[in-house]
Design a protein around this ligand. Structure first.
Ligand code: FES
Length: 172
């Protein structure tokens, strides 16, 4: 990320909101919408420009689930842990994803390709257990389907699925 551009962006956003009520949250929202997360250096800059302690900024960021401190992955993998999916093996799918990707909930893989999330019901319980990658839902899954699904996305990006020794043929 271009530091100078980042500084200019923050300055512009802070100027716009400086005198308005509830400005800290609004500024953080604007940053989150623009970058998909709140970069660390942005919090320092906001702290300086608004004259608000850094601790207060982190308090707000960590209180609201909406704000992220890490850059989002290129593909968001949402595992459903709603009742229907949980009862039909959602937890197994989750642990397989954690194992293959080497991340936990709300973390992004080192290569920036996948971000793992847990959701409560995707509204298609008849297909349980399901996961959703970006906008696409994969239903009636077994643990062994996960690797094929992920490899489809890694192939698109010319990479191998991390955590396995060789390239895997893609399904879906
Ligand atoms: S519980 Fe998973 S889709 Fe409803």
């Amino acid at each position: 990320m271009d530091r100078e551009k980042l500084k200019a962006d923050i300055k512009e956003i802070v100027e716009e909101w400086k005198t308005k009520e509830g400005n800290l949250i609004m500024i953080l929202h604007k940053i989150e919408n623009r970058y998909g997360y709140v970069p660390r250096e942005v919090s320092f800059e906001i702290s300086k420009l608004l004259d608000v302690p850094l601790a207060r900024i982190y308090e707000v960021i960590t209180f609201y689930n909406y704000f992220k401190l890490e850059p989002p992955g290129k593909h968001t993998v949402a595992v459903c842990m709603g009742t229907a999916c949980y009862l039909k093996g959602g937890a197994e799918l989750l642990s397989e994803l954690e194992h293959i990707l080497g991340v936990k909930e709300d973390e992004t893989t080192k290569d920036g390709l996948f971000h793992l999330e847990i959701v409560r019901c995707l509204g298609c319980c008849g297909l349980a257990p399901v996961i959703k990658i970006d906008g696409k839902v994969f239903g009636e899954l077994k643990k062994n389907d996960i690797i094929d699904i992920l490899s489809h996305y890694t192939k698109q990006n010319g990479q191998m699925v991390s955590g396995v020794g060789s390239e895997v043929s893609g399904k879906p």
